[in-house]
Ligand binder design. Structure first.
Ligand SMILES: NC(=O)c1ccc[n+]([C@@H]2O[C@H](COP(=O)([O-])OP(=O)(O)OC[C@H]3O[C@@H](n4cnc5c(N)ncnc54)[C@H](OP(=O)(O)O)[C@@H]3O)[C@@H](O)[C@H]2O)c1
Length: 256
């Protein structure tokens, strides 16, 4: 067996939402596995700090400003990246937001905020990346960061659950549409990892009690997402397509 099947040496990987949390950690992991990493988000000063960190560790990275809800912003970020590091052939669609409230109280603005970032954002970036890969006649791997809440649900999360369920179905549909272009599309469904999106909740007693009901009795460590994403990005995942991979310490298996 080729020992280098997990290598990302030939890959140019885009990570959206790389200014914090999961995206920040995964960007470092992909760079350590050999990819040139394009880190994208709106808070650009954080991205520059991340690029310095990756540089110091011996990796290669580039920061681009991108608002995933804005087609022009997405297009211009791809233009900048492509001119400096070549065609992007691994895409980690990670940017996301949550807005917790009971369904009866959710405003249309809140719903649209969640859907336009979590769903339209994935759509915009995948379409831009797919068109450019086909134009360049290159294979690629698109990895959409969904959520365990795209497979199950939790009180107060209707917009978020709907957005992540839509990401999962989009993943399946794109895997079929893009297969003939040698572009694989998979989703990762993380369980619970403490980041800016949920840290306030996990400081509460309810959050601590929820952790005790989880099968693993703990949150995930951000680094535990790196391996599964490298598998999907690399030749190790060459026949994995249209899949949804929970990385959640078995929460999906018991549905809590
Ligand atoms: N943490 C968890 O337990 C968990 C579980 C399941 C799924 N997820 C998913 O994992 C992904 C990352 O979340 P996280 O936990 O790492 O949260 P986080 O720390 O809040 O990170 C969210 C990232 O998304 C970016 N972002 C938000 N809106 C954006 C926009 N319009 N354009 C570009 N970037 C945007 C933010 O960057 P800027 O504000 O700088 O633009 C930030 O880097 C999300 O899709 C989330 O739904 C997280």
């Amino acid at each position: 067996m080729d020992q280098n099947i997990f290598s990302l040496a030939e890959k140019v990987a885009l990570v959206t939402g790389a200014s914090s949390g999961i995206g920040h950690c995964v960007a470092k992991g992909l760079a350590a596995a050999g990819a040139t990493v394009v880190v994208a988000a709106r808070r650009t000063e954080r991205l520059h700090a991340l690029v310095s960190e990756i540089d110091k560790a011996g990796g290669k990275a580039l920061a681009v400003t991108m608002d995933v809800t804005d087609r022009d912003s997405v297009n211009s970020a791809f233009e900048t990246a492509e001119s400096q590091v070549g065609t992007i052939n691994v895409i980690v669609n990670n940017a996301g937001v949550a807005d917790t409230n009971n369904f009866l109280k959710i405003t249309d603005q809140s719903r649209d905020f969640v859907m336009s970032t979590n769903f339209n954002g994935v759509w915009n970036v995948a379409q831009e990346a797919g068109r450019r890969l086909v134009e360049a006649q290159q294979p690629g791997s698109i990895i959409n960061i969904a959520s365990i809440l795209g497979l199950t649900s939790k009180p107060g999360q209707s917009a978020y659950c709907a957005s992540k369920g839509a990401v999962i179905q989009l993943t399946r549909a794109l895997s079929v549409d893009l297969m003939k272009h040698h572009i694989r599309v998979n989703a990762v469904a993380p369980g619970w990892f403490k980041t800016e999106i949920n840290d306030a909740y996990f400081e509460t007693q309810a959050g601590q009690e929820y952790i005790q009901r989880m099968p693993a009795r703990r949150l995930g460590q951000l680094e535990e997402l790196i391996g599964p994403i490298i598998m999907l990005a690399s030749d190790a995942g060459s026949f994995v397509n249209g899949a949804v991979l929970p990385v959640d310490g078995a929460i999906h298996a018991c549905g809590i």
